[in-house]
Structures are given as structure tokens and as C-alpha cells.
Design a protein around this ligand. Structure first.
Ligand code: G1P
Length: 289
């Protein structure tokens, strides 16, 4: 029996420089895909996978993301008074249950590994998930739920993976694959952002992880890797050989919403899948494509 995953870390301290000026005031995790912010998709996916404790790793200062995940009392009163039940539900249904949300501050932007390490005390030696909200996955069941099911069989560390075009490997953590069975790929190594000519494969990590607390032990060393940042991939790589490491080829479509093109495509794809918009979207887009 593997220990269940009940905690999830959401690193949301980035500056969102690729989306300026939109992200000058609004963090990128609050940018909407159709009518829902990226952080809401991430929280929905975590809760659907059985996560009970949500840990936001935020930058210093006023935090609009945690505010978004709290009740908006005044707005709720107005909507209730006006009988706007649907609108009211749209701002209350997806909130994390009382007491389930905690924020920790990452005071310096030292990398993804550092952001996750900042949550160490709250993770408290338990297995945990990491969700990068700008990787949006359209899937049913959700990507993390698929990973939890796979983890029930493999234990150890599990990451979501997909093949990317070889010329894009320098954007990702890439698996050195030992063997594949079904949707699972067992890794014998990992490389963060390899040059396409040196990449051990094209099987790349997308922003979903189930990790064992051992990974945090390696992050304690605060060693810098690619881009002179403390990399989560490097710490995960050090556990290989000690605990199992698998990539799961999840079922669904992933959109890189940290990238303008990916973000636009995500909006179209999610709108097309909606009952209230799907029919119209193809019609209105036809003149542009
Ligand atoms: C991070 C990770 C990388 C992973 C990617 C997925 O990179 O370091 O291993 O493949 O997320 O989106 P970033 O996009 O923060 O540069």
C-alpha cells in the first residue's frame, strides 16, 4: 500500500514576464481561459484527485491569488439579493473547503525547486503533488487523478509526460527512458532543459508531479542547475535508483498557457468544449482561419 497523496503545492510566485503588460497587476495564474482563471482549473483538478491540503507558494506582497480563493462576502451578498444564483455559484462552488488553503512566501525567485522547497514544513514528510497552473490539461478524469491511479500501482515519484517536438526539449525536463509499459515510462535519468541534440528522448515533463518527501532532502542542498536556478528536476533525478520514478503518458490535451499561442489555443479549445459556446465558436472564428 502506498501512502495516499493529500497535499498539493502550487508554485505561483512567478513574474509572468511573458504576458506583460497583462500581468503587470494581475498574476498570470488569474488570467482566464474562457471565464475561469488558471488557478481555478488547477484547484478543481487537485480537489477532484482527492487533495485535501492546498499550499500556495506566492511572492511577497499583496496576494491576489489567495484573495481569489477566498469568499468575496460583499459580492456574494449582492448576487444573493438579486437572485443571481448561477453567478453566485460560479464564485463559491470552486473555493477550497474551509481550512484547506495555506500560503507560504518564496521571498526570492530562485527556481521551481526552491519554490517547492519553501513548502517543506507544510509537506511534513508526506507524499505530495505539485501543480503548475500554467500547464492546463483538458482531460476526464483530470490529469492528477490519472496520476494518483498510476501512483497507486507504482509508488515512488510519478510525473505527467508527453512527447514534444525535438526542437523544443530545451523548454522541459526530459526523461532518459529505461523501459515503457502501457502508459508508463520508467526513467533511469532526467535532464533539465537539454539541447535538442543532447536530449536523451523527447518525453518531457509537464507541470504535474507526485513526489516523495525524499526529493525535499535533495532540495535542502540548494544546488543550482540549468539557468542557474534550483531545479526540481535535478532533485528528482537524485532519487532515481533509490525510489521508483515513472512518467505517465496521461490521456488528454495539455496547453502551455505560459506561452501566448498556447494560451489562445486553450481558450478556443475550452470554449469549443462548452455547451453554451461550442456551437458559436467555430462559426465566429471561421473568417479568421
Ligand atoms: C518547469 C520545469 C520543467 C518542466 C516544465 C513544465 O520549467 O523546470 O522540468 O518540464 O516546468 O512546464 P519552466 O516552464 O518553469 O521553465
Amino acid at each position: 500500500m502506498v501512502k495516499p497523496v493529500t497535499k498539493a503545492v502550487f508554485p505561483v510566485a512567478g513574474l509572468g514576464t511573458r504576458f506583460l503588460p497583462a500581468t503587470k497587476v494581475v498574476p498570470k495564474e488569474l488570467l482566464p481561459v474562457v471565464d475561469k482563471p488558471l488557478i481555478q482549473y488547477a484547484v478543481d483538478e487537485a480537489l477532484a484527485a482527492g487533495i485535501k491540503d492546498l499550499i500556495l507558494v506566492t511572492a511577497e506582497g499583496e496576494n491576489l491569488i489567495s484573495r481569489y480563493l477566498e469568499h468575496a462576502d460583499a459580492l456574494e451578498v449582492v448576487l444573493r439579493e438579486r437572485g443571481k444564483e448561477l453567478e453566485l455559484r460560479s464564485i463559491t462552488d470552486g473555493l477550497p473547503p474551509p481550512g484547506s488553503l495555506t500560503c507560504v512566501v518564496q521571498s526570492e525567485p530562485l527556481g521551481l525547486g526552491h519554490a517547492v522547497w519553501c513548502a517543506k514544513e507544510l509537506i511534513d514528510e508526506q507524499p505530495f503533488a505539485v501543480i503548475l497552473p500554467d500547464d492546463l490539461v483538458q482531460a476526464d478524469p483530470g490529469c492528477l487523478a490519472q496520476m494518483v491511479a498510476a501512483y497507486g500501482k507504482t509508488g515512488g515519484n510519478v510525473v505527467a509526460v508527453e512527447d514534444v517536438p525535438r526542437e523544443q526539449t530545451a523548454r522541459y525536463g526530459v526523461l532518459d527512458v529505461e523501459m515503457e509499459y502501457g502508459r508508463l515510462a520508467r526513467a533511469r535519468g532526467l535532464v533539465e532543459k537539454p539541447d535538442p541534440v543532447e536530449a536523451p528522448s523527447t518525453l518531457s515533463i509537464i507541470g504535474r508531479y507526485i513526489l516523495q518527501p525524499e526529493v525535499l532532502g535533495y532540495l535542502d542542498r540548494q544546488e543550482c542547475g540549468a539557468g542557474n536556478e534550483i531545479q526540481l528536476t535535478d532533485a528528482m533525478a537524485k532519487t532515481i535508483g533509490k525510489i521508483p520514478f515513472h512518467g505517465l503518458r496521461f490521456q488528454g490535451r495539455r496547453f502551455d498557457c505560459g506561452n501566448k499561442l498556447g494560451f489562445i489555443v486553450a481558450n478556443v479549445a475550452f470554449a469549443a468544449a462548452r455547451e453554451d459556446l461550442g456551437g458559436d465558436i467555430c462559426e465566429v472564428l471561421a473568417p479568421f482561419i
